[in-house]
Write a protein that binds this ligand. Structure first.
Ligand SMILES: [Zn+2]
Length: 163
């Protein structure tokens, strides 16, 4: 199989005593996401898509909340580890398409920096990464500002053997 596809979805709660980190970018906001790691919801969705595409389960199995070594860790480090797990199965990332669901703050000023961080962690050029953002028109938990959700799709392609 030359190609496989994976999808990931994640949600974290917005709380007042945390920094907001999205796609490895620290964003000025009155609240941040609650979680064991840095709670980078879009990176978690991308990790789940990478692992899912390779048939490697999910992020919770590889980086359990019960493990103190993952406390406060940058999720980009976890994503780089996911890349190595893919390599061991003979795959690399083809492209990443992710969407952040947040009523606030505005994500667009940070998208480019997020794409660059994700590309570095995935080991691909930045033109293979796309981050989108949408509000939910005030509806649901994202609309009420209770949390931020993220969805990602990742295409995996067979590693080309060096000859
Ligand atoms: Zn998460």
């Amino acid at each position: 199989m030359n190609f496989r596809i994976g999808s990931g979805y994640d949600v974290h709660q917005l709380v007042s005593d945390r920094k907001l980190i999205l796609g490895g970018v620290t964003i000025s906001h009155e609240k941040g996401l609650k979680g064991h790691s840095d709670a980078d919801v879009i990176v978690h969705a991308v990790c789940d898509a990478m692992l899912g595409g390779a048939g490697l389960g999910d992020i919770g199995e590889h980086f359990p909340d019960s493990d103190p070594s993952f406390k406060g860790i940058s999720s980009l480090v976890l994503m780089a580890h996911c890349r190595h797990l893919l390599q061991e199965k003979g795959y690399e990332v083809g492209n990443i398409d992710g969407t952040v669901f947040a009523q606030a703050p505005r994500i667009s000023p940070y998208k480019k920096a997020m794409e660059e961080n994700l590309a570095r962690a995935a080991g691909v050029s930045v033109d293979r990464v796309n981050i989108k953002a949408t509000t939910t028109e005030g509806l649901g938990f994202e609309g009420r500002g209770e949390g931020i959700g993220a969805h990602a799709v990742v295409l995996l392609q067979k590693l080309v053997q060096e000859s």
